[in-house]
Design a protein around this ligand. Structure first.
Ligand code: HEC
Ligand code: HEC
Length: 338
């Protein structure tokens, strides 16, 4: 039996009486990992569901230097272009997009590519670089790829503020865990390859009104940041960005686009999400050379669209699918190794 997530949230909240919870709320921290047993016992013991992550509110922090830094970090995530875009008032190191264009509601939206699990999981080993990455390095990855720009000085005020904000958001999350609702929601792969032509029809019907038929979006009146951000072309994310992988794009769009929807009010079918991802990611965009990515090629994700690969599948199949045969081959290879 499947119930909407809001049901579980409400159930979770009503079940949580007690001063500890209220104190947490006042401090701006809601508990993130809550197991809820249905009190009416119409459900079996399986109906123990972890409540969805909720972002803490930095406005509740005690006044002082830390609060100031966290709020500045939030401002930079929400209005990146104003400070660091082509005409940024601090520096000019990125393409005019805001972090928030992809990390919705300043990285707090459930399944909106939020930052819930960053604090609990960094520094961490990432196979893309083959190194242990700090949160600074991960932030700069997005500057260099998603914002097609340059890395921020890791000792600078801006980097420290962005990191402080992102770490603040994940403060209540237990080390090494990923709360429910974090990042992007899983989406099953299709049995067939994603189809850019079918995706173009989805794009024209569901996306072009805002992102424009030419994919370039619409610049804000101030000229800093976008009313509707670009999806391809010279001002968009480059080909080494996370969204250039079909699975990330499809998972983001399925649960967040057209603007205003959530994972509970999806509009696109799974197939439409994959197809529109294929269409958008078949359009031209900036190229970034990253010769040091994936030092161990066997660790490339199934939908990494650039060879060489440790399996026999083509770049075409790694980009558009069908992905199941690739996933099966990866599983089999892992078994042999272990
Ligand atoms: C064009 C879209 C886009 C923009 C703009 C963008 N990001 Fe990202 N970012 C992503 C995607 C997609 C992922 C997940 C990638 C993956 O898992 O491979 C991600 C991941 C991250 C992560 C790691 C999250 C985790 O749970 O491991 C951090 C931190 C991050 N971004 C910070 C930023 C910051 C700071 C900015 C602005 C400077 C920014 N991003 C701008 C798309 C974007
Ligand atoms: C009603 C307007 C609207 C529609 C329709 C819409 N979007 Fe968006 N989209 C936005 C806005 C605005 C943002 C940036 C959100 C923010 O900054 O809070 C965005 C962000 C994005 C992003 C991440 C930022 C980027 O530029 O890379 C992608 C990808 C995206 N939309 C894809 C789509 C797709 C695909 C569709 C159609 C299925 C679609 N959108 C429909 C308004 C819209």
């Amino acid at each position: 039996m499947k119930l909407p997530d809001s049901f579980w949230v409400i159930l979770g909240l009503t079940g949580l009486v007690g001063l500890g919870f209220i104190e947490n709320l006042l401090a701006g921290h809601t508990p993130v990992e809550v197991s809820v047993q249905n009190p009416t016992s119409n459900f079996s013991a399986e109906a123990v569901v972890e409540a969805l992550w909720q972002a803490p509110n930095p406005e509740f922090l005690p006044d002082g230097a830390h609060k100031k830094q966290v709020l500045y970090g939030k401002e930079l995530v929400a209005h990146t272009a104003e400070y660091l875009g082509p005409e940024g008032k601090v520096a000019s190191i990125s393409n005019g997009m805001n972090c928030q264009n992809c990390h919705l509601d300043a990285g707090t939206k459930v399944f909106g590519n939020n930052y819930a699990s960053v604090a609990a999981n960094y520094p961490r080993f990432r196979p893309r670089s083959g190194t242990v990455e700090t949160v600074y390095k991960r932030i700069n990855d997005c500057f260099e790829r998603s914002l097609n720009g340059q890395a921020l000085d890791t000792n600078g005020k801006e980097m420290k503020a962005i990191a402080a904000y992102i770490l603040f958001l994940g403060e209540g999350v237990k080390a090494g865990t990923t709360p429910r609702g974090a990042g992007l929601k899983e989406l099953p792969v299709l049995d067939r390859a994603a189809d850019p032509l079918a995706g173009k029809a989805v794009y024209l019907a569901q996306c072009a009104a805002c992102h424009q038929e030419n994919g370039q979006g619409i610049l804000a009146e101030s000229g800093k940041g976008y009313t509707y951000p670009p999806l391809w072309g010279e001002h968009a994310y480059n080909d080494k960005a996370g969204l250039y992988r079909l699975s990330n794009f499809a998972r983001f769009v399925k649960n967040n686009m057209p603007l205003g929807i959530s994972h509970e009010t999806t509009v696109l079918t799974d197939a439409e999400a994959w197809d529109v991802a294929a269409f958008v990611n078949s359009q031209p965009r900036p190229n970034k050379s990253t010769p040091h990515d994936w030092p161990d090629i066997s660790k490339k994700p199934f939908d990494h669209p650039f060879g060489p690969y440790s399996d026999g599948f083509s770049e075409q199949q790694h980009k558009y699918g069908p992905f199941k045969p690739i996933q099966q081959a990866q599983k089999a290879a892992k078994k042999i190794l272990s």
